[in-house]
Design a protein around this ligand. Structure first.
Ligand SMILES: [Zn+2]
Ligand SMILES: [Zn+2]
Length: 344
């Protein structure tokens, strides 16, 4: 179950977000409804002052997270359905929800004049105030030095996702859809290609030449066989220690490019590791950060590697791409982005 908390300024569109989420199947739990119940039980008038007073009173007597804990307990009665809790007003509520649920906080804000006009249109029992009172109420609620009181400003700063709702309901709905996609993505397991590419990037963090900082993993039957990162031959100094060792290459069209030749490439190091350990990489898949260079491509072909997955395209990739095509090796890119670095 995903728990989405909403925080934000008055009139920013929290209620609209709740409506949109309910239409997507989210169940709604409301601090406001909880407080209105308590205000009526105490025989007080339902307005903004009594809301703040009763909320702060409960939080002081029962603890900052008491209301949220009650709502989460109700939500967990049906753990298979996602829920939205409106609204989060105290940083300790965020701590509690982060510790006890798969929780994301969404904040919403809009220009103050737009928000005031919205609440004037709404005219609910707590919204019937002039502009000056509106500003004064807001400032009181936004910041408090007491840890149990409302502190919406801090809550908004801590939000995982921040929306600005100066536009239409359709604009807000679109922004919310993008947030939902991100949440869905972050809560899904990575697929196998994403998983091995993430490993290749971790391997790359050990690279000793910052031109590309390449890393690679070679995989068969969904298991890692060997890894490699760009670095000098064993026992020789690294680029990070003594600087690059550049050689100029003059191309057919007369252009000159610079290449650091101090290092063994990530792909080559992975292949060397297989050779040293006596591991067959025939029929395997190679994951790397960019299109392998011409030399690596030739080694990959002759090692019997069948598939190459690159995160990005190298700026001079055509030769390798053509060779892989001719050799019948499947080449895939994660992104269309072309990897470039200075002084090429
Ligand atoms: Zn180097
Ligand atoms: Zn290479």
């Amino acid at each position: 179950m995903t728990v989405l908390g909403i925080t934000g300024t008055l009139g920013s569109g929290k209620g609209t977000i709740v409506e949109l989420l309910k239409a997507k199947g989210y169940r709604h739990f409301s601090v406001r409804e909880f407080l209105i119940g308590e205000i009526k039980r105490r025989g007080l008038a339902v307005n903004r002052d009594s809301m703040t007073m009763v909320a702060n009173d409960i939080r002081t007597k029962e603890g900052s997270e008491y209301i949220i804990a009650s709502l989460l307990r109700d939500a967990l009665q049906n753990p298979n359905v996602d829920c939205v809790i409106e609204s989060i007003r105290n940083p300790k509520e965020i701590d509690f929800l982060k510790a006890n649920a798969k929780f994301y906080l969404l904040s919403v804000d809009a220009d103050v004049r737009i928000r005031y006009d919205r609440i004037r249109l709404r005219q609910s029992e707590t919204d019937n105030v002039d502009f000056e009172t509106f500003i004064a109420n807001e400032q009181r609620e936004m910041c408090s030095n007491q840890s149990t009181n409302q502190n919406i400003a801090i809550c908004m700063q801590r939000a995982d996702f921040k929306l600005y709702n100066n536009g239409s309901r359709e604009d807000l709905s679109h922004s919310l859809d993008l947030v939902m996609q991100k949440i869905k993505k972050s809560s899904q397991r990575p697929d196998w290609d994403e998983y091995f590419m993430a490993l290749a990037n971790m391997v790359a963090s050990r690279a000793t030449c910052d031109r590309g900082r390449s890393g690679c993993v070679i995989v068969k039957d969904r298991q890692v066989l060997v890894t490699g990162y760009v670095g000098s031959p064993m026992g020789l100094p690294h680029c990070d220690e003594v600087g690059h060792l550049f050689k100029k290459t003059t191309h057919e069209d007369g252009t000159i490019s610079n290449h650091c030749v101090r290092t063994v490439h990530a792909e080559q190091n992975a292949i060397c590791q297989a050779a040293r350990r006596g591991i067959s990489i025939d029929g395997s898949t190679l994951y790397c950060r960019m299109t392998p260079c011409r030399t690596c491509a030739m080694l990959i072909i002759n090692c019997g590697i069948r598939r190459v997955v690159c995160e990005k395209r190298y700026h001079i990739a055509e030769e390798s791409e053509a060779m892989f095509g001719d050799a019948g090796i499947e080449l895939q890119y994660f992104s269309d982005e072309v990897l470039k670095y200075s002084n090429q």
